[in-house]
Design a protein around this ligand. Sequence first.
Ligand code: NAP
Ligand code: MG
Length: 403
Amino acid sequence: MDKIKMLNPIVEMDGDEMTRVIWKMIKEQLLAPFIELNTEYYDLSVTSRDNSDDQITIDAAYAVKKHHVGVKCATITANPQRQEEYHLKQLLPSPNGTIRGILDGTVFRAPIVLEKLHPVVSTWKKPITVARHAYADIFNGTEYHVEEKGTAELTFKNEKGEELFHKTVCEYEGPGVLQSIYNKEKSISSFAHACFQYALSTKQDLWFSTKDTICKIYDGTFRAIFQKIYEESYKEKFEANGITYFYTLIDDAVARTLRSEGGYVWALKNYDGDVMSDMVSSGFGSLAMMTSVLVSPEGNYEYEAAHGTVPRHYYRYLKGESTSTNPMATIFAWSGALRKRGELDGNQELQDFAGKLEKACIETIESGTVTKDLVSMMEKGSTHAVSTDEFFHAISERLAQLM
Ligand code: NAP
Ligand code: MG
């Protein structure tokens, strides 16, 4: 059999620990036998980032801008403990944050849903994709701990120095706390476009929820921008595809989500998205089944798993012990990137391969061969837990049959 050729490269960002081990296994056992892999390789391991003073991360992000498709392995965001462990000269920022800053994207997180895997929330039948606006609000907020009696005020001055807004926020009789947050219409608009486009490309309804009854101006602006962009650019396309845009208060959205069947994209402001994506992923059962893609307004795509580098498994691996690490989300990051590359290049063979790779993974699990984390989510007695190596072996056998 001839190997599938790739016209343009995928930007490959290698990472750390157990996911780095899995990364190599995916390439060697599931991709290289069938594809003439064309990637532009960046080593984003914690030591490589440290040695390059993080230039490698910046270069990788610009490479995604150039080639439009990237796939990233989980990476360590160093803290003092990791600094000691890996002998790092500095504490660099989160690579995901750096890449997101350069690509200016929206992160979509979706679970891999299988018929035989039962979510913790029993009504959920289809994936719920959380779209988080990853810009500003409390994540770039200004905070102050008030120590004494005094006044907090909020003002806005334009470039000419004219004061256009002035209001007393609070008269403090004693100690307290104070916070200010902001956002920008440009960022909210790109977020809205990314959500509408993602919903269209996956043919799912789009929900958006905020607390605009309380934050009439702040959240009201988010709501108005979404509505305007929907009517101007997406209403007809949504109707033609039989999908809907639905705005509701966040309280109502949370209650509806727990009673829903799933099958929609849920757009959320930064903090809400941070919290709800963890709720949704634990509701579906396993972090190891959560996929994640960063979509930029310029049409760049970066695929990754939502989980981290699984250090506890890695330490066991280093001791030569057997592990049962679930590679699903990392494999689906690769299949997502290969499919997108195929779409952009008009390469049907590559798109078909992505589908077969996912099918091989799904059939392996449905046949009862699973990693340990999935056992409790499947019917009793229907499964046997295998090691990482055995799981890969089972997938590669099925894949070879499908090719
Ligand atoms: P983690 O690596 O996601 O692991 C947390 C726990 O979740 C694991 O100990 C394991 O539970 C379970 N788990 C996660 N992925 C799994 C998989 N594929 N298969 C089976 N079980 C899985 O999170 P963490 O321990 O908080 O973070 C570790 C490192 O990852 C940190 O240095 C952090 O900076 C980094 N991180 C990176 C990213 C990213 O690059 N996107 C995201 C998050 C964290 P059991 O041990 O109980 O089996
Ligand atoms: Mg969170």
